[in-house]
Design a protein around this ligand. Sequence first.
Ligand code: SF4
Length: 337
Amino acid sequence: MKVQKIYIEKGLQEDTVIENFFKTFKHAKAFYIDDYRDVFEKVKKPYLKKRDSLNIFLAHKKGELVKLAPPAYGTPGTPHYYFVHAYNCIYECTYCYLQGHFQSPDLVFFLNYQEMILEMEKTLSEHSGDVWFHAGEFSDSLALSHLTGEWDYLWTFFQQNPRARLELRTKSVNIRSLLERAPLSNIVVSFSLSSEEAIKKHDLLTPKLSLRLQAMQKLQEHGFTLGLHFDPIIESVDFLQSYKKLLQQLSEGIDLTRVAYLSLGVVRFTKEVFHKVAEHYPDETFLASNLIKAPDQKVRYSRAKRQWILSHIQELAVSAGININKIYWCMEGESHN
Ligand code: SF4
């Protein structure tokens, strides 16, 4: 990854994390700014420029630090929130909704973890039972985590608050800094997986399936709890066969009975993101494959088709040893027609 500029908000100069970035991106030039939004939100940079070079912003997250997740986002029966620790991603999945979300693919990392933790504490106090906090809504939660230094804060908070549950969602195999820590039962490292063929076709620049499986196996052997996301599932010739193979590959190295959950979701876009995907990846075959504009305004398969796909994959997962009670369908609630 080529990084030309690192923008640092004034006031963060002393943060040790900054040194990590300059050690890694030795040729990057430093620019000191008052507020990342003065540059990041003002500059329109084409999404695919991320292939040539990316700038990095080290900043302070303003506004809402912890947000309520949309309906049917996570395991049912528990409130779900996400916290925003970063914007944008080093990978390039062709279906990624980030390409229509920000006007620049540059990476923003928010370093005010203490404030995020205070906000999580406040949110937790508003509930009497368990509460989920998810990292990775606008970025991959592990890909550059060896540089960003949030684990100390997160581990202390989740150790002291067993009612709080953390999901670190990733396609990365950057697990070294996790393996240096004692696993906590309320922290789940969840991997987004597709079949080998689908990863090659759609998950550009991401670690290949065999490496992700190795990383998962290592984490489980070290006592970490794993979660699984088969999302987005994209219909193709033989896709059921390839998910059967994926489950077989998973079960060879991972005890699937110990997985915390499996979330299943089919490909879906807002209208804006769909147009961006068509512009950036005109050869993507899924663009022309049975997608409709659904009543909830999303571009997705019809409800009947989604149910067919999800129930068949679910059946395969159950046959592979995943308890049916641990499987949920993502974004398939009453409001998602
Ligand atoms: S890993 Fe996630 S955030 Fe990153 S490009 Fe792929 S879909 Fe987008």
